[in-house]
Ligand binder design. Structure first.
Ligand code: FBP
Length: 553
């Protein structure tokens, strides 16, 4: 018979820690405007697209007195994009706050992501359902999806379905794209005279939805700890057997925050940060040279093993490969039907090579055949290469092997190079949330409810001071439009939330840069071990290292 694991059962009784102010009655928490956040960049275009949302202030919640109307309301909730640990707790926090304000209020979960709203597929979330998911990983309570609400018909269907359910509010839990959608829906509902408050919640394991108001997106803490545990274990295996180099690719579609955090957690011999490689305009062979030189230097010391960690998005940051990918994207986009009629593999590769300019064609041909094939695979709905499917770890391992053979021929390397490759991504997205993520997510859900009850449409929940104890966290919200830029795509102005990349001038990167040469030669790895949910707070509750470095004065 199916039984929950002891940990699963144990996590049900965990009570998330929340900001002190949330312990008060809902009625006595009020928002106060703190600053007017007006994005100056693209001001005119943003005003045109968001005439009713542009120029609102950020708010923080403080203790107030009485007065909040507490009629029963109906709220819809959507989980959007890739799963991230803690999503269930956002829903639990939202549910509990709604019921605390009025036990008759309803929480409706749209199934399978934004498409659930468009198609009107939903479930009523009861306490029996929510209780089964408290403090657990996954987005399976209602499912998730990557549909973007884009066309006029999709906006109209979303409104119709929201009206059918008499929704007073909608919460969208997602990353940059999903929160852009939340802002557009908020504006659309307002313009259509529908009083439906739309609120966003910052989610993504990639950690790239952040700024001075959103200190981190949820799920990052847990995911990086899962990856770090695995990397730490591999470090121990490598230094025990002393015969393998391990090439580990880590998720993070674009930014390298995950790799940077895992580097602090484990101290690998090589950690590549895409943002630096782009800034220095490094070629693929220069990247390979860094790895090969480290391997040769360690071999000379008798340490013929080690760990290389690389971010998933790396290859798109190597300028020559970025150019190559852009050329392939163009070829595929301009001859879609013809291209799709070709069989995968050899036929598609030859088609691409024959159409690439000569410089790009020779780079393409120099890549291992498997990588050429992967670069030819289907694009995502935005026309981008699906980087999680490109085996960058194998590409680097193979190219390093070739380079070491050249070095051996001239006496610059004298050892046997054996390697293993790994990709850690999906392994971390649905883990039981750490205490930090469980607390943070529950608080974000609670915060989202307060934004709704105060009618703050177009806001994203923002909780600050996260390196302090949860009781001292500072809850509030910021207008989503204040995070936006305009991008010009196919002659159209598209509002987008710009991804936050690793800042090369920031404290975490500088701390990493100061240590990496030492880590390259050392075998004194840091072993973080597995996530601990019970025990002393120094082991269970300390937030991730990059956050601590960022907030250190
Ligand atoms: P979100 O931005 O939606 O949170 O997803 C991030 C991510 O986990 C990336 O790290 C990864 O490239 C991508 O999702 C994989 O997506 P999919 O689940 O569609 O394979």
């Amino acid at each position: 018979m199916f039984e929950t694991s002891p940990l699963h059962a144990g996590r049900y009784s965990y009570v998330p820690k929340i900001p002190e102010i949330f312990l008060d009655s809902i009625q006595s928490v009020k928002p106060i405007p703190t600053e007017t956040i007006e994005p100056e960049r693209d001001r005119e275009a943003l005003k045109r697209i968001f005439p009713n949302s542009y120029g609102k202030p950020a708010i923080k919640f403080i203790k107030g007195e009485g007065a909040l109307e507490d009629k029963a309301i109906a709220v819809g909730v959507i989980l959007s994009g890739g799963p991230a640990p803690g999503g269930h707790n956002v829903i639990a926090g939202l549910f509990d706050a709604l019921k605390k304000a009025n036990p008759q209020s309803r929480l409706i979960g749209f199934k399978g992501g934004p498409s659930g709203l468009i198609k009107g597929q939903y479930i009523d979330l009861s306490s029996e359902i929510v209780d089964q998911y408290r403090n657990t990983g996954g987005f399976d309570i209602i499912g998730t999806g990557r549909t973007k609400i884009e066309t006029p018909e999709q906006f109209e269907e979303s409104l119709e379905n929201a009206k059918k359910l008499s929704l007073d509010a909608l919460v969208i839990i997602g990353g940059d794209d999903s929160n852009t959608n939340a802002a557009l829906l908020s504006e659309y509902f307002f313009q259509r005279g529908a009083p439906i408050t739309v609120v966003g919640v910052p989610k993504t394991i990639d950690g790239d939805l952040k700024n001075e108001w959103i200190e981190t997106s949820f799920g990052f803490d847990t995911a990086t700890r899962v990856y770090s545990e695995l990397i730490g274990n591999i470090c121990k295996d490598a230094s025990s057997g002393r015969k393998y180099w391990h090439f580990v690719k880590l998720m993070g579609r674009s930014a390298s925050h995950i790799t940077l955090e895992c580097a602090f957690q484990t101290r690998p011999n090589v950690a590549l940060i895409s943002e630096e490689i782009e800034e220095k305009q490094m070629s693929l062979s220069q990247v390979v040279e860094i790895i090969a030189n480290t391997i040769a230097a360690r071999a000379a010391k008798g340490e013929n093993f080690g760990i290389v960690v690389v971010p998933e998005g790396l290859i798109e940051f190597i300028p020559e490969i970025k150019k190559l990918i852009a050329q392939i994207n163009d070829i595929i986009a301009t001859s879609e039907a013809e291209y799709e009629s070709l069989s995968r593999g050899e036929a598609q590769r030859s088609y691409i090579i024959s159409r690439l300019p000569s410089e790009c064609a020779s780079l393409f041909s120099s890549l291992p055949e498997s990588i050429q094939t992967q670069l030819c695979w289907d694009r995502d709905p935005h026309g981008n290469v699906q980087v999680s499917r490109i085996e960058t770890e194998k590409l680097l391992a193979e190219m390093t092997s070739r380079r070491l053979q050249e070095m051996m021929a001239v006496g610059a390397y004298k050892a046997k190079f054996d390697y293993q490759t790994h990709f850690f991504g999906y392994e971390g997205r649905c883990a039981f949330p750490t205490n930090f993520d469980a607390d943070y997510c529950y608080s974000l859900g609670y915060d989202a409810c307060l934004l709704i009850l105060h009618g703050l449409t177009g806001y994203i929940a923002a909780i600050r001071n996260l390196s302090a104890a949860p009781k001292d966290w500072l809850p509030g919200g910021i207008p989503i439009v204040s995070l936006m830029n305009i991008e010009h795509r196919h002659g159209e102005e598209k509002p987008v939330i710009k991804k936050a990349m690793v800042e090369l001038e920031g404290k975490p990167f500088k701390a990493f840069a100061a240590m990496r040469d030492k880590w390259a030669l050392s075998s004194d790895y840091r072993i973080p071990g597995s996530i601990q949910y019970f025990g002393p707070p120094s082991i269970t509750d300390t937030p991730f290292i990059t956050l601590q470095l960022e907030q250190r004065s």
